[in-house]
Design a protein around this ligand. Structure first.
Ligand SMILES: O=C(O)c1ccccc1N[C@@H]1O[C@H](COP(=O)(O)O)[C@@H](O)[C@H]1O
Length: 219
């Protein structure tokens, strides 16, 4: 029997928590990373105290991702001083130079539209830990449940990709079969209301991911 190497285990990030219990539940269900939004226009944005309360309930090895959108450098620094953030998600038009200023691993969000040249973006951010692909929309920066054409993702970049944008328990299986990314990220698709996560939807989402991985490892 062929040993299933490299072993397929799609990582899962669930983003936009506002309540400690929801974040803990997500990790207990199998999420690898939780996202905390620091973007004041978002209904999921957090103050420092709430963010610290969420982080305080998490077990070891759960990765905390802090999401910023074109934020002032001083504001980012202040939050990093006060909240344990393991990885930064830059979800705006941040330059490579800006992204590397914080001395933390980061992922760069790319809002995909027909003219996006993903290979060029990847070359421009050589020290990014990964590229989170979300749907481009003229009015919102993210977290609105919009998807993009998954066929736009070049096969060679699959393992640098964190696939996001409009994922749900119903479509994540198809998304994984189409793209085969390193990880998936979901926010509104597992919510009962803005920033309020639904345990049943999170469980269903994770189950679909585990099912895909299982099949990929036995086929
Ligand atoms: O969650 C937000 O409110 C948010 C605000 C601004 C930029 C990004 C945001 N969230 C990220 O958006 C994507 C897709 O979310 P969805 O699943 O389509 O709702 C995801 O990466 C979130 O991290």
């Amino acid at each position: 029997m062929k040993f299933p190497y490299p072993f397929r285990r799609t990582r899962v990030k669930i983003c936009g928590f506002t309540r400690p219990d929801d974040a803990l539940t997500s990790v207990q269900l199998g999420a690898d990373a939780i996202g905390l939004v620091f973007y004041p226009p978002s209904p999921r944005t957090l103050d420092v105290e709430t963010a610290r309360n969420i982080v305080s309930v998490l077990p070891a090895f759960a990765t905390v991702v802090g999401l910023f959108v074109d934020e002032d450098e001083s504001v980012v620094r202040k939050i990093l001083e006060q909240v344990r953030i393991d990885l930064i998600q830059f979800h705006g038009e941040e330059t490579p130079d800006y992204c590397r200023r914080f001395g933390k691993p980061y992922i760069k969000a790319v809002r995909m539209r027909s003219e996006t040249d993903l290979e060029s973006v990847v070359r421009a951010y050589p020290d990014a830990a990964g590229f989170l692909l979300d749907a481009w929309h003229p009015d919102v920066k993210g977290g609105a449940g919009h998807r993009f054409d998954w066929n736009m993702v070049p096969k060679e970049l699959r393992q640098s990709v964190i696939l996001a944008g409009g994922l749900t328990p119903e479509n994540v299986g198809e998304a994984l079969r189409t793209v085969g990314p390193y990880a998936v990220d979901v926010s509104s698709g597992v919510e009962a209301g803005k920033g309020i996560k639904d345990a049943g939807k999170m469980a269903a989402f994770l189950e679909q991911v585990h099912e895909y991985d299982h099949r990929a490892n036995i086929d």
